[in-house]
Each structure stands twice: as structure tokens, then as C-alpha cells.
Design a protein. Sequence first.
Length: 125
Amino acid sequence: MAARRVLLADDDQPVRGLLRALMVRAGYEVLEASTGKEALDLIKREPVGVVLLDLMMRGVTGFDVIDYLRTERPAMLQCVIVITAASGRDLARLRDEDVFRVLRKPFEIQELLATIEACFTKAQE
């Protein structure tokens, strides 16, 4: 069931561990990917309601994941919340319609949880 399932894709293990613990405590089921390739593999085989996606990963990046979704599963883009330290030119590569929301690191935990919930709510409309 994808209703409360979040895919967390970030190559920073301590960040993943902290976010996973917070989301599990908030009642979400969490799948983890430490690379963009792992994120793509999970997206292709597991139903998820929200994708928390870091942009700056080695190899297959978050941008590559967004490009895949844009061509193969465009409706899923509105289920993506980008979490990133990227700025300027890197962040400008995203178009306004690409994702549900972009949260710049460091972000407030309550803001993240509220954004996840808003994304789930919007998907149910």
C-alpha cells in the first residue's frame, strides 16, 4: 500500500537515518535508497506515495530521477519533494512544474513533515 509509504533517496547515511526515524515516528512506512540508481529501481517496482529526493548524488543524480519521471511517469512528479543543499545554477535546472516542493537543507523538521503530509493530501484529491 502506497498511501503512507515514502521513498527516501539521499546518499548521506546520517541524514537518511535521522529522516527515517522521524518519518517512522510520524507514522510513515519508509523505503531507503542511497543512490539515484537504487531510487529508480524502487520507483519501478514499489508503489510509493511520496519521494523525498536529494539532487546531488554521485552517479545517477536526483536530476536523473526527475528526468526519468518526466518521460516515463509524469504524474509522479507531483509526489516528489526535493531536499537539497544545491543552489543557484544547479537548482535552476528544476522547472516550477517538476516537483511538489523544494526544501533547502538545512530545513525545519516540522516543515518537512508538514510538506510530506500536504503532498499525501494533494495526491488524494
